[in-house]
Design a protein around this ligand. Sequence first.
Ligand code: ADP
Length: 479
Amino acid sequence: MLNVLFVASEAYPFAKSGGLGDVIGALPKSFPKDVDARVIIPLYSTIPEELKRKIKPICHFHIHMNATLYYCGISTCEYEGITFYFIDNESFFKRPSLYNYFDDGERFLYFCRAVLDSIPSLDFEPDIIHCNDWQTAAIPYLLRHQYRPLFPNTKCVFTIHNIKYQGIYGFSDINQYLHLGFLPSDLEYYGKINLMKGALYSADLVTTVSPTYAQEIKDPYYGEGLDSVIGDVGDHVVGILNGIDESIYTPKDDPALFVPYTTSKKKKAENKKALQDYLDLPIREDVPMISMITRLVEQKGLDLVANVIHEILQLDLQLVVLGTGEANYENLLRSIAYNYPDKMVTIIDFDESLSRKIYAASDLFLMPSKFEPCGLSQMIAMRYGAVPIVRETGGLKDTVSYFDSETNEGNGFSFATYNAHDMLFTIQKAVSLYHNDHTTFNRIVSNAFNSHFDWKRSAQMYLTHYKKLQEAAHHELHT
Ligand code: ADP
């Protein structure tokens, strides 16, 4: 039996703000029976009530950090065969949303320490601690430099879901959680502490979420200042493509949909008409609906959209945007929709149920990201028969291929350069195909439907690496 403890700041269905939540909700379920994968996340007050009722306390204790004592409760529940643990501290996690607080650095450094201090009380000895993104990035460093005696055989994997968010803080602001005598070079970044840098140097294995992104982050354009560190880590950075949980994203019996469907074009069109009605758009089956469901941040290519939005809206299409994020994008998209009431709707909200209705209703899904570590939305879109239009970067490049009319292969449309007119040209092509060549467009829809991004394959790849690390740990123990 191989014991793996996933540590993350989100896990669907308890907490999700983006793809990370989906991944941590799905990957642990996808391993074969000889892997006992468990998950530990903060006990956020935003966890849905019906799930909160299942969560039971195990124990509590206090963590001593500098002169302060911090409460730490541990609770647990089983969900779909996976044991979840939760770290409880109301002053850090009783907040209306998951992130974007002035003390995020302290909140998640507390979480990292609390996780390491909790493990001995869990009745579970991890062979692998698998950490995810900056919120958990202190763990590999602390494990290597401070907690080794407590975990002599435990190996640590660190996965970069997005290298843009690194956890950079002033030394004196967060050192109370790290207990460092001085700022070591493994953590140092322009005089500050960079938690992700520390994780990259300290983890036994670094992975990221697509093969293309694993290559891209060696380049300064994508490396966000850590490209040289990625270069140092070198061959240890492995790209393993994420999947989606096909039992959750299933148009056949997704309770959120207006009309469930398999591959039936007619039933899918009924979803479009119902959504048009719901959103007060003209009810027309013959108009292509393009959607975006996304965080409204620069990464997602919103500059390109803003640049040519009026040209896009000259086309015979409907555009639906669901997202939350930076105020400038929220305001812009809202005001454009206001000026094109027959063509565009912007919904500034995070709404899981509405997102599924939109995936189901859409003919095309736009994701022109500047960079995209993996991207799940394009996979979900394909699962619901919405053809993706993407920029060829990161996981988008690894999952979407341009339709080739010679071979009839390809599941979407794409463009290479981060350029608004290249995107516009690609949208024009897709829309023109929708209106003028039904056979070809339907072929692409069917290729998208049949593109499966199953977690099992990715889980098998993680497992191969875990086993190598476990063997190395045994070897070290006996030499
Ligand atoms: P990222 O993790 O960078 O945000 P991904 O494409 O990997 O992007 O994952 C985004 C996930 O979050 C998808 O499941 C998508 O459907 C969901 N999502 C994004 N924005 C919203 C929103 N406003 N409402 C509901 N779901 C959303």
